[in-house]
Design a protein around this ligand. Sequence first.
Ligand code: NAD
Ligand code: LMR
Length: 332
Amino acid sequence: MAEKPVRILVTGAAGQIGYAIVPMIAKGIMLGPDQPVILHLLDIEPAAESLNGVKMELIDAAFPLLKGVVATTDVVEACEDVNIAVMIGGFPRKEGMERKDVMSKNVSIYKAQASALEEHAAAGCKVLVVANPANTNALILKEFAPSIPEKNITCLTRLDHNRALGQISERLNAHVSNVKNVIIWGNHSSTQYPDINHATVTTSSGEKPVRELVSDDHWLNTEFITTVQQRGAAIIRARKLSSALSAASAACDHIRDWVLGTPKGTWVSMGVYSDGSYGIQPGLFYSFPVRCEKGQWSIVQGLKIDEFSRAKMDATAKELIEEKSLAYSCLN
Ligand code: NAD
Ligand code: LMR
C-alpha cells in the first residue's frame, strides 16, 4: 500500500450521518481498498465529548486504511490541508422554527466555513455539501470562498438518485445494480424532479428503457415522482430521525465516482454550479446528470426534454432562485 493518505474532513462528525460515514470512509468505501485516509472530524463545542467518543471508536475499530484522526472543534485545525471536505454539520430544524430561521443559521455557518476552507484546505480540495438546504449552502460556500474553483464545489443529490433507482428496482423486481441513468434535476427538496425518461434496465434480453418495462405512465408520472420527492420525510416519519445510513452511503458514492470516475455508459446526479445547460439559470447549484472522468465532472449534454419534464425542471429552479434570495436576505 504505497499511496499517500488522503485527508478527509467530515463536519458534523458527532451527528447521525457523521457516525455512519466515518467507518465507511475508514473501510475504503469512499476511495477504494488501497487508499489510506486521515480523518479530520469537526463538530461544535457542545458535541466535543461525543466527538471524542467517535474518535475512540475509530481507534478501537483498528481500520487498516486509517492513518490518523484529528477530532476538533476548531474549524481552522479541521480544514488544515484537507483534500476532500464532506460538509454535514449544520443546525437542524426545531419545533416552532420557520424555514427562514433554519436558513439563517445554516447560511451563516457555511459563510464562516467557506473562509476556513479557502484559507486552509489543500489546493484542489473537492467539497461536497450534505447539510440542508444543501444546494443553497453550497452556493453560499462558493460565494464566500471565491478562490475555490466552482468545479470543486458540489452538493448531494445522489441520495435522491439512489432512491429513484431503488423505486424502479422494487417495481420491476430487478436488481438495483441493473438499473441506471435516472436523473435528479434541481433542488434536494420536495420540488426535485426525478426523471426516468432516459433510464434503462439490463435484462436477460439486453438493455431496455424503464418506460417500456414499467408500461404504466401514470405511475411513472405521479406516484413514482412523489415517492422519491418525499422519501426523506417518509424516513423521518418512520425513524423519528432523518436518513443517515443511506445519506452516508450516497455521500461515499458521490465522492467515489467524482474521484475515480463514473462507470462507462452511466451517469449519476450531482448538484453542481449551473452553467446555463438545459436552460437553467447560471449561478444556481442545481442537480444535473453528470459523468466523471479523471477527477472532473461534466454535465451530460443533449438529452431530449419533453414538455412535462421542462415544467418540472423549471419549478425546482424557481424554488432555488427563491432560496438564493432568502439566503442573501439572511446574510444582510
Ligand atoms: P445531526 O443533527 O445528527 O448532526 C449534525 C451535526 O452537526 C451535529 O453533531 C451538530 O453538533 C453539528 N454542527 C452544528 N453546527 C455545526 C458547525 N457550525 N460546525 C460543525 N458541526 C456543526 O444531523 P444529521 O442527521 O447528521 O444531518 C446532517 C445534515 O444533513 C442535516 O442538515 C440534514 O438535513 C442533512 N441531510 C442531507 C441529506 C442530503 O441528501 N443532502 C440527506 C440527509 C440529511
Ligand atoms: C433526506 O432527504 O433524507 C433529508 O434531506 C431529509 C431532511 O430534512 O433531513
